[in-house]
Design a protein around this ligand. Structure first.
Ligand SMILES: NC(=O)c1ccc[n+]([C@@H]2O[C@H](COP(=O)([O-])OP(=O)(O)OC[C@H]3O[C@@H](n4cnc5c(N)ncnc54)[C@H](O)[C@@H]3O)[C@@H](O)[C@H]2O)c1
Ligand SMILES: O=P(O)(O)OC[C@@H](O)CO
Ligand SMILES: [Zn+2]
Length: 347
């Protein structure tokens, strides 16, 4: 049997105000050289400023880069700024984390993940979703050496971001069904332990759907821990298969088609409702749980034109065609796509 490599973070810090310990955590991780902090336009004041202050208090020389998207061009721009830098600290949402992770991987240096929102399960995973001229590509990257998730910042982030994180976890249900199908029909390699961890995480978040509340530290902590364990399922599998199937293809297609896409997790949640119906599963349970979590369940709540939903359903199978799912090789016809979206109340 082939050998297997599993990458995990070395230290994970979850709690109120842990961002103020960024400097000492980086010292404990044995870093002492120059550090580049990567952040986004909204997250500089919310998080990056605090991380920089803490790093400077511990005598790190800190450089700063602000980014707006997660494209391969932006990754290259960050790589160009890495002279004498031995560590990148990414402070922000999923796009910031992915760019920082990918640039550090390409440059052969380390990366610390400081999520300011619990909106996606890439906070600790060894993958980065980067857009290039072919669309979104899931790229192998180094797992962060450390994760610093400040639940005070995360609980005060717009509640929509937390709901999106829950929906990204709910999508594990259809991702696992797709993975099992690909294993049966295409002999794709499958990991029982990765699938079990991914499903257990999705079940836990579904069970808690009514108790996840705006502004609560306990809710922020629960979602961060669940995103972390979903990311660990990705680590064990060595690919995003335990957390990304047909519902993610639909979301990636919407990112290409919609004038103003919704949040990644929100789109994946709506995709899960429809893909669960295609799998013959209980899509109403998924829909009700998403509703309880305040996540969108239809085109109107996503702020997306119903015609774009249909187009994305028709295009979805062409995204990452090597990843076999319930959409098969030919995907949905226009009539079937329309029927599915109407039946599930998405349009
Ligand atoms: N690498 C992986 O394994 C993985 C997993 C899941 C998702 N992803 C990727 O992550 C991205 C989605 O992440 P996202 O939903 O965070 O999107 P995003 O990075 O675009 O962030 C959404 C918005 O929230 C803002 N924001 C973040 N924290 C905030 C805070 N505390 N207060 C106010 N605003 C805040 C950001 O500035 C941004 O405007 C997608 O590109 C997706 O493909 C990657
Ligand atoms: O490989 P992708 O489809 O980008 O998926 C990664 C992540 O979004 C899983 O939740
Ligand atoms: Zn996702």
């Amino acid at each position: 049997m082939d050998s297997k490599k599993i990458q995990m973070p070395r230290e994970v810090h979850i709690g109120a105000d842990v961002i103020d310990n960024t400097g000492s955590i980086c010292k404990d991780l044995r870093f002492y050289d120059d550090v580049l902090v990567v952040t986004g336009p909204n997250t500089l004041k919310i998080g990056a400023d605090k991380a920089i202050e803490s790093l400077e208090d511990e005598d790190f020389a800190v450089d700063l880069s602000k980014i707006n998207d997660a494209t391969s061009k932006t990754v290259e721009k960050i790589e160009d700024k890495l002279n004498n830098i031995s560590l990148i600290v990414g402070v922000g949402g999923g796009k910031v984390i992915d760019v920082a992770k990918m640039a550090a991987t390409n440059a052969g240096i380390y990366f610390v993940s400081v999520p300011t929102a619990a909106s996606h399960d890439g906070i600790a995973s060894p993958l980065a979703s980067i857009k290039n001229n072919k669309g979104s590509v899931s790229m192998t990257a180094q797992a962060p050496i450390g994760v610093i998730a400040d639940t005070n910042i995360i609980r005060n982030a717009p509640f929509r971001l937390l709901s999106a994180g829950c929906a990204d976890i709910v999508s594990n249900y259809t991702a696992i069904k797709d993975w099992q199908l690909a294993n049966r029909l295409q002999n794709d390699s499958y990991s029982e332990s990765a699938a079990a961890l991914s499903l257990m995480t999705a079940k836990l978040i579904m069970k808690s759907s009514k108790s996840i509340k705006k502004g609560l530290e306990e809710s922020a902590r629960l979602v961060v821990k669940s995103l972390f364990s979903s990311g660990m399922a990705i680590s064990i599998a060595g690919s995003s298969r335990p957390a990304s199937g047909s519902e993610h293809k639909f979301s990636h297609a919407l990112d290409k088609i919609a004038k103003k896409p919704a949040l990644h997790g929100e789109q994946c949640g709506v995709g899960t409702i429809m893909m669960m119906s295609l799998h013959g599963g209980d899509w109403e349970v998924i829909k009700n749980a998403l509703h309880d979590m305040n996540a969108p369940t239809n085109a109107y709540e996503l702020g997306i034109d119903p015609d774009d939903i249909i187009e994305a359903l028709i295009m979805a199978h062409k995204i990452r065609p090597e990843r076999y799912t319930i959409l098969g090789d030919r995907g949905l016809s226009r009539d079937a796509a329309k029927k599915l979206a109407i039946k599930t109340g998405v349009i």
